[in-house]
Design a protein around this ligand. Sequence first.
Ligand code: NAP
Length: 243
Amino acid sequence: MRILLLGGTSEARALAALLHPHVEVISSLAGRVPDPALPVGQVRIGGFGGVDGLRDWLLGAGVDAVVDATHPFAATITANAAVVCRELEVPYLVLVRPAWPAGDAAVVDSDIQAAKVVVEKGFSRVFLTTGRSGTTAFKDADAWFLIRAVTAPDPHDLPSQHKILLSRGPYHYENELIVLREHRIDALVTKNSGGAMTRPKLDAAAALGIPVIMVDRPPLPDGVHTVATVDDAVLWVSSAPRS
Ligand code: NAP
């Protein structure tokens, strides 16, 4: 059996490791980071070229199924994969890690809304963890930002007062406490990414009474089959029909 595994997450790497070598897995990465953590097995890197490119790729590769284990905020590739798999009648599964409970967080539906909350509430020292493409919305906010990302944002997309922390998870509770205290953070902005690797910032913020602004996930395409765990994705692959 041969599957396309849309990846870029720890779950995708874990799934590739469990399936390989019993299943022929072709993992696909977007190519956003220069030194990605690579899964075991075959890997292709780079976009497909939209819906048309993905359709051509799938027709050429002859895969039996597609497992989409991309990040919950990678909405474009998920929308494209859902459309093409439906059209080609290729079995399609989305492995989506459970969302974090919002708790007392202010839940917003976009970075722009999150920036509005920062301004309205008068926060002045903000820990911004929405990633390299998530800084633009905060450009004009009158606050100081500690921006944590895997790769540096474009300098044109940055608020004037900021410090950049380049790092990659997993993060740990004690260190997150230090980061929040040392930078005298008064608000945390995060996407609702879910998962354990980046969760400790929420626990540290709660312990220090720091308000959280949480960007909600984009919706999944209608009608797609989902599982929440890597083990359930393995079960789905084992029972998917071979072409
Ligand atoms: P996106 O907005 O959904 O996708 C933008 C374009 O990038 C897609 O149209 C596709 O290009 C290409 N692409 C995305 N994922 C791909 C994959 N796995 N393999 C091949 N091409 C892919 O995605 P994104 O939010 O920029 O995320 C890019 C990658 O980073 C994803 O693989 C995701 O799992 C990972 N990631 C994202 C986040 C996040 O917060 N968004 C966090 C951690 C990891 P074409 O249209 O040319 O095919």
